[in-house]
Design a protein around this ligand. Structure first.
Ligand code: KIV
Ligand code: ZN
Length: 387
């Protein structure tokens, strides 16, 4: 099976998103958790962006020993040098330099011709390689870049020494089939691609970031850039926990694995939420409150008989609290009886009917029924069966 490298950009692209900024200590705490999670690369920051980002990248680079630490820089000499100053103490440093390649960005943002941008990209990679053995180049807005030009740029930066080429769908415009073809075409057409890692970096503007990243993997990408809880610019980045568990649950389909310790996924999500003060949406895949909760009667019945009926992974596998059978108006007699049993009541058939009708009447008024409600129902129903 092929190994997929997990490049975590929670502390760079994620932290860049409105409302998600973290101070140096908070970034360090998150970086320690990412090391425990065993991501392959931590993108610690964008050192030229601020003193705080420089300091955070430097502290993470000095402390984290078992994971590659990357810093981001534009394709500008001053940025690259500053990035290296922040990274030089790292056990495994990587300079990640980027330049936009789409005509839209070249014309409206950079005011450069394709030829000028090509030249800048090559010079940036050469400069970065003069400082650091491991250099990644990102063709920003690759998803909207003309294919021949994209191939030319990536071929040139590989000749200049880049060992990882990243293909960002910066604005989340691609569909999975298109993005898969893009990665496959690059793999087939770039003359010097052997031995070079192709990376995905997909944004979620159309809610397709994870699907696009997985399509990239299916077509030969071997590094995925993603962020815990899917945080990132605008609608966010591909969610790390979703990518990892898709590969883990469907490893035979992808014929691939990661080195992630999946039991640390929930803890990582919770820590990020605590540090940023942003709650995780309840129906978020893998780490949301409802990811392993069941209210509908048919589902509860299935879960009580065999969890595999309605769960494709166990909560333990991602370090989440155990599955919950939630009592509400959709619940059935089975789940209700099981819940009473947990409270110490063994209900006979008549008692179950009595409490069930009362339970339904209350559930119509109240969203969640708790243990105290169940005890009161039992008392008021004149049940024969006692505790
Ligand atoms: O979305 C993007 O294009 C980026 C690059 C800097 C990698 O974040
Ligand atoms: Zn991005």
């Amino acid at each position: 099976m092929d190994k997929i490298a997990i490049f975590d950009t929670t502390l760079r692209d994620g932290e860049q998103a409105p409302g998600f900024s973290m101070n140096v200590e908070e970034k360090l705490e998150m970086a320690r958790q990412l090391e425990k999670l065993q991501v392959d690369i931590i993108e610690a920051g964008f050192p030229i962006a601020s003193e705080g980002d420089f300091e955070a990248t430097k502290r993470i680079a000095s402390e984290i020993r078992s994971t590659t630490v990357a810093g981001l820089s534009r394709a500008v000499p001053g940025d690259i040098d500053r990035c290296w100053q922040a990274l030089e103490k790292a056990a495994r440093p990587r300079i990640h330099t980027f330049l936009a390649t789409s005509d839209i960005h070249l014309k409206h943002k950079l005011g450069k011709t394709r030829g000028e941008a090509l030249d800048l990209a090559v010079k940036a990679v050469e400069r970065a390689r003069g400082l650091c053995d491991e250099v990644e180049f990102s063709a920003e807005d690759a998803g909207r870049t003309e294919m021949n030009y994209l191939c030319t740029v990536l071929e040139a930066v590989i000749d200049a020494g880049a060992r990882i080429v990243n293909v960002p769908d910066t604005v989340g415009y691609q569909t999975p089939a298109e993005y898969g073809i893009l990665i496959r075409t690059l793999r087939e057409r770039i003359r010097n691609i052997d031995g070079v890692t192709i990376s995905t970096h997909c944004h979620d503007d159309l809610g397709l970031a994870v699907a696009n990243s997985l399509a990239g993997i299916e077509n030969g990408a071997r590094q995925v850039e993603c962020a815990v809880n899917g945080i990132g610019e605008r609608a966010g980045n591909a969610a790390l926990e979703e990518i990892v568990m898709a590969i883990d649950v469907r490893k035979r389909y992808f014929n691939a694995t990661t080195d992630i310790r999946t039991k640390e996924l929930y803890r990582s999500s919770q820590l990020l939420s605590k540090l940023t003060g942003k709650a995780v949406q309840v129906n978020k895949a893998i780490v949301g409150d409802n990811a392993f909760a069941h209210e509908a009667g048919i589902h509860q019945d299935g879960m009580l008989k065999a969890p595999m009926t309605y769960e494709i992974m166990s909560p333990e596998r991602v370090g989440a609290p155990r599955s919950r059978i939630v009592l509400g108006k959709h619940s059935g007699r089975h789940a209700l009886a099981a819940h009473y049993r947990e409270l110490g009541y063994e209900l006979n058939r008549e008692d179950l009917e009595r409490v069930y009708s009362r339970f339904l009447a209350l559930a119509d008024k109240k969203k969640r029924i708790d243990d105290q409600d169940l005890k009161s129902i039992h008392e008021s129903a004149n049940c024969i069966s006692a505790r």
